[in-house]
Ligand binder design. Sequence first.
Ligand code: ATP
Ligand code: MG
Ligand code: MG
Length: 385
Amino acid sequence: MDSRTVGILGGGQLGRMMVEAAHRLNVKTVVLDAEGSPAKQINAISEHVNGSFTDSDAIARLAAKCDVLTIEIEHVNVDVLENLQKHSNISIQPAPSTIRLIQDKYVQKEHLIEHGIATAESMAVESTTDALEAIGIQYGYPFMLKSRTLAYDGRGNFVVKSKADFEQALTVLHNRPLYAEKWAPFVKELAVMCVRSLDGEVFTYPTTETIHQNNICHLTFTPARVGDSVQYKAQLLAQNAVKTLAGAGIFGVEMFLLPDGELLLNEIAPRPHNSGHYTQDACATSQFEAHIRAVLGLPLPKNFSQLSTPSTNAIMLNILGGAEADSELEICKRGLTTPGATVHLYGKTTRTDRKMGHINIVAGSMKEAESRLARVLGEADKTST
Ligand code: ATP
Ligand code: MG
Ligand code: MG
């Protein structure tokens, strides 16, 4: 469908699923990450680059083989990308300036506030107990202390419940630039995937409800189990936020639904997102294919991001690794025997709490999807009584 080569910084599961979508379109992809990483396993070419997406030489070697560069993780060496953008013809999507902005979660917040997007109140903070005390007086308890950089799966966050937590919070987050956030007493967490085309048009996927366990996405429900007006407001908030960011591609927008129905934007991921995995089996075009199309300027036709039918309901279950090798396969086997369930595995060695795969469950109603989920979880007998 396109003779240009797409280079991907990062070869984890998101890169793997991008590769899978690109292959269906005969779009060639080259991956930069460790040898044998999930995205390389399903992409039998010799050009892959072994190395780190933070290493300038490795990125230069990847760039030399590609027409377009994109990312599956935001924690890349953005100085090198900016340099390439200035001194070569390579297209980098989304724009390095967007990746830089998102890398620092506090800068990201300031950017959103400047553009009138509602977020939890936040401020930069020194790593001292005096500074935390001043935050406690201003925000009350609990408040959230966050690392500005290199955060994922809640690693980099500390819930400060009282002054007694100060020392532990500063120990856990030592050597990291910090900011504090006012507590958001959310009733649900929502997420919306958005696609930005090369000419800046922003399309939204349906609103998804996300359920976290230990700060890791555990389940998603789509459409979110909230009223139509909240669903629409969430899509609009996400679309407005992504409109302020330069470059093409898919973006995952996380938000909090407050008890009064208001929404606060939590953070944006400039790449495919765990909350968008359901799109693989419930929408005409998955988030991964939409990303590949967007970065190449391929068509994004009417309704590509809608659910396959008006009655499509989808649940995504993340499969985490357990203590034993292959312990995740038990649940996957039940997935294989469940109608409407599709198992996606990432080719990783089992490690406790590692994201090993996910199961998408699609049904004609949420009630049916929930009963299929119970079956996958091995709870069918319990729930049917
Ligand atoms: P990700 O893996 O999504 O990148 P992360 O490490 O960047 O995660 P956040 O998204 O900032 O972390 O926060 C993780 C979770 O912590 C949120 O999904 C939410 O459940 C909770 N949380 C974050 N900020 C707040 C807040 N201000 N008030 C209440 N809960 C919060
Ligand atoms: Mg994050
Ligand atoms: Mg998050």
